[in-house]
Design a protein around this ligand. Structure first.
Ligand code: SRM
Ligand code: SF4
Length: 567
């Protein structure tokens, strides 16, 4: 038998995710925790990081790395009350690096929390009923759901399902409360049984998304499990079930690959939580526990075959899945701007560049949102595109909100490429980054938008995503244009994803720097403007005109590279 990965032993011996975290927090001589415990804090939504901008200098001075922690909230469906938003903003200012980061999974990350600030930060959040349980780790992560506020009743149903699944799949362990809120007892608590996960939890992270066609804002094909809401007579009649999506891969290792999920059937709304539980259990029992690089559900599906996995799932369900129902997606992006309900209730979708809430001269994004939250009205809905919707603004209050947004520079319009751009965090906090992403994409978009204007594409929407490494946190492999970091200043260019998020893109050129990226894409924009068919999207055009192979799934992602890319 293949030897289990060492993390399996750490989990098994962790006393239901306690390990030595509580003791480590009391050690003042280091800003870090013990290595095994840094694997366990992930299950509590907390990552140990160090400031990579300072790493080399501190190394030269023989100092400990500049350790700090990233904490990620659990916010099913991305819905926060104004009071919760204000609590998060206070923690960002007082206990972290003065910013908040909205993520591609509809939640908030705090960066730069020093070890001694972790408990006060989590306690302040918990006072507003927020927590970070299972926001990371080998468990079900934050469940995301469409943030589209334009169809209020349907959105509420999708958000309620996200909440129900998230609660059902929470680990049973009380370790989070014990360590971060109540103070760990002197005598070790009896580890709780985990009825869904068992002692070693899942082989790897597990992600669930709920979409409502025609809007694919959650990128439903990127997740281990997806639900596509099928709307009939104004209600969600049920969900098409999608399994086996995932983005992460490693450069130069073709047996790691992104995969677009497959639609395997349909379930009524009342069966969705059971489907989620059974897919999780299936992955618990069949996922690879030897190699963490092959441990996601997408590899289980590739190894066992889709039909076999569907049969295993149906055998576990009280009623097998019904045949999938028709649906159409039209876009993945958000629609910045105002929407009004017939009764005067309003929603406003705000474009937040790369999800970073920070106060800069002329654009005090965080302060502006704090001012709106201070009104105590509406709901703050985080979107899977790293944007934010202020929803359910009562009739008569729209002008007040609009004035606050304008006063803080939050209503500045963004061009069509920028609106459809997503960058992952990358440097300086992400330990896995090979290149810049959040700190570089805005500058690149400025250069590319100039080329689009020159080509006569000033109003054209094209999706572009960048990541600092191939792990895929901005879901790059589903975008029309993707840039994936290889080394500082160097990116691989992928083209040919669908605007609707329904098709993977493909490697087009390797190892490009800034000037080469602008030159290659600028040339393609010219060709697209001159040669596109009516209504043809950029991603579809490059497949037709540049002979980029259409890619559906898995291993095909690395096959048939165009000669110049493979060189
Ligand atoms: Fe991610 C690891 C940031 C969404 C695939 N991701 C990381 C870590 C924690 C780095 C680490 O392990 O040390 C990054 C922390 C950076 C930092 O300093 O904040 C990180 N991931 C992010 C966020 C913040 C990107 C963003 O800019 O918004 C997103 C937080 C999501 C959340 O709120 O839960 C984020 N990550 C994603 C997504 C997109 C999604 O889930 O919709 C993916 C691709 C989908 C998927 O999982 O297949 C993604 N992250 C990864 C992977 C590759 C996993 C794999 O199967 O290979 C890693 C690396 C790993 O797990 O080993 C990773
Ligand atoms: Fe870090 Fe890579 Fe994820 Fe970007 S894609 S946040 S560089 S792990």
């Amino acid at each position: 038998m293949t030897k289990p990965h060492p993390n399996e032993t750490i989990k098994a011996n962790s006393r239901a995710l306690r390990g030595g975290i509580a003791e480590g927090l009391r050690r003042p001589e280091t800003g870090a925790l013990a290595e095994d415990d840094t694997q366990l804090t992930k299950f509590h939504g907390i990552y140990q990081q160090d400031d990579r901008d300072l790493r080399a200098e501190r190394g030269r001075q023989k100092m400990e790395k500049a350790f700090s922690f990233m904490a990620r909230l659990r916010v099913p469906g991305g819905v926060l009350t104004p009071a919760q938003f204000l609590a998060a903003a206070r923690v960002g200012r007082q206990r972290a690096n003065g910013t908040l980061r909205l993520t591609t999974r509809q939640t908030i990350q705090f960066h730069g929390i020093l070890k001694g600030n972790l408990r006060p930060a989590l306690q302040a959040l918990h006072a507003e009923l927020l927590d970070s349980i299972a926001a990371c780790g080998d468990v079900n992560r934050n469940v995301i759901a469409t943030a589209d506020p334009w169809r209020r009743a349907l959105h509420a149903e999708a958000a309620a399902l996200a909440d129900a699944i998230a609660s059902h799949l929470l680990p049973a362990s009380r370790a989070w409360h014990e360590i971060w809120i109540d103070g760990a007892p002197l005598h070790a608590a009896e580890p709780e049984p985990e009825p869904i996960y068992g002692r070693t939890y899942l082989p790897r992270k597990f992600k669930i998304a709920i979409a409502l066609p025609p809007h694919n804002d959650v990128d439903v094909f990127a997740h281990d499990l997806g639900f596509i809401g099928i709307v009939e007579d104004g209600r969600i009649a049920g969900y098409n079930v999608v399994i086996g999506g995932g983005m992460g891969m490693t450069h130069g290792e073709p047996d790691t690959f992104p995969r677009a999920g497959d639609v395997i059937g349909f379930c009524p709304p009342g069966q969705a939580v059971a489907v989620a539980e059974q897919v999780v259990i299936l992955q618990r029992d069949h996922g690879d526990r030897a190699s963490r690089k092959h441990a996601r559900l997408k590899y289980t599906v590739e190894r066992l075959g889709l039909d076999h996995v569907r049969a295993l799932l149906n055998a576990r369900l009280a009623t097998p899945l019904a045949p999938a129902r028709p649906y159409v997606f039209t876009a993945t992006g958000d629609r910045p701007g105002w929407a009004a309900e017939p009764d005067g209730t309003a929603h406003v979708t705000l474009f937040i560049e790369n999800g970073r809430l920070v106060d800069r001269p002329g654009r005090a994004v965080l302060a502006g949102l704090e001012a709106v939250a201070g009104l105590g009205i509406g709901r703050f809905v985080l979107t899977p595109n790293q944007n934010l919707v202020i929803a359910d603004i009562p009739p008569g209050r729209r002008a007040t909100v609009a004035a606050l947004l304008a006063a803080h520079g939050l209503d500045t319009p963004a061009g069509p490429l920028r609106r459809n751009a997503i960058a992952c965090v990358a440097l300086p906090t992400c330990g896995l980054a090979l290149a810049e992403s959040e700190r570089y994409l805005p500058e690149l978009v400025t250069a590319l938008e100039a080329r689009m204007v020159r080509a006569g594409l000033a109003e054209d929407e094209i999706t572009i995503r960048m990541t600092g490494c191939p792990n895929g946190c901005a879901r790059p492999y589903l975008a029309e244009i993707a840039l994936v970091g290889r080394a500082p200043g160097t990116y691989n260019l992928y083209l040919g994803g669908a605007f609707q998020g329904t098709r993977l893109n493909k490697l087009y050129r390797r190892d490009l720097g800034h000037d080469a990226i602008v030159a290659v894409l600028g040339g393609l924009f010219d060709a697209y403007a001159a040669g596109r068919a009516p209504g043809e999207r950029f991603g579809d055009f490059v497949i037709r005109a540049e002979h980029v192979q259409e890619t559906t799934a898995g291993r095909l992602f690395h096959a048939d590279l165009p000669a110049e890319a493979a060189a």
